[in-house]
Design a binder for this molecule. Structure first.
Ligand code: ZN
Length: 245
């Protein structure tokens, strides 16, 4: 369900049943001449719209204003909007604090942008991960009182983890494609992988008439097809069903 459409009663159902509360996290970035600048975020959003037909899910309004970087191209007249990691931290921490106050304990961020080496992290996901940790610490201090970890009631803190009680698992992050999906499909920037995904998920953001042969990173996009995109979508859905289960 889309969070903005949910009534309080539906929100309570989602909280009580620990439905994943998912934040599509992304950027606005130049993807050569033939793709919409929201590609990385749109891919997450549109895949989640498919997933919600198959499982109970809260989909938060997507966050498009991540740290895109200007590595691909300068922004002038091309469309990249880069908001640096430092600026994202305060926003993200406040967002997570708010979601914890509402009652969500199974919050997930899903990101595609620069996520090929996800464990090491990149500015957008690192800013949100750090903010999540800080929001959880502050929430626990407020909710349980300072010294909560040192008190006798916490003696079984690590045993509680085994039963899923680890508060630091309340907010988790996942790449849209893990290593297995990347291996079986493709990971690129505006190449055959991303272009095919958009053809399958969001054809209104593809204009092959504007395709620019001169961009090395996008050259493989001429082989893109909706059918190949659907293959990628199927792999991504399998991966997400596993991590969100
Ligand atoms: Zn991309």
């Amino acid at each position: 369900m889309r969070y903005e459409l949910m009534t309080p009663r539906q929100i309570r159902t989602a909280i009580d049943n620990r439905w994943p509360c998912v934040l599509p996290l992304g950027v606005l970035e130049y993807h050569s001449e033939h793709l919409g600048v929201g590609m990385d975020t749109l891919a997450v959003e549109r895949v989640l719209h498919r997933l919600e037909r198959e499982m109970d899910l809260v989909i938060l309004p997507p966050f498009y204003y991540g740290a895109a970087s200007y590595a691909v191209a300068p922004p002038e007249r091309r469309g990249t909007v880069h908001v640096p990691g430092e600026a994202l931290g305060a926003f993200a921490k406040a967002l997570f604090a708010g979601l914890l106050r509402v009652g969500f304990r199974n919050i997930r961020g899903i990101i595609h942008h620069q996520s090929e080496n996800f464990d090491a992290g990149m500015p957008t996901d690192l800013a949100f991960k750090n903010a999540a940790r800080q929001a959880i610490f502050e929430f626990l201090d407020r909710d349980r009182g300072e010294g909560w970890w040192g008190r006798p009631e916490s003696a079984d803190y690590y045993e509680q983890h085994a039963q899923g009680g680890d508060p630091f698992s309340w907010i988790r992050f996942h790449p849209l494609m893990d290593a297995a999906v990347i291996k079986a499909f493709a990971f690129d920037h505006a190449g055959i992988g991303e272009t095919s995904l958009m053809m399958a998920l969001c054809p209104e953001a593809v204009d092959m008439g504007a395709f620019d042969e001169t961009a090395w990173f996008a050259r493989s996009a001429k082989e893109a097809t909706p059918a190949f995109g659907e293959r990628g979508v199927a792999l991504i859905l399998e991966h997400l069903k596993e991590v969100l289960a």
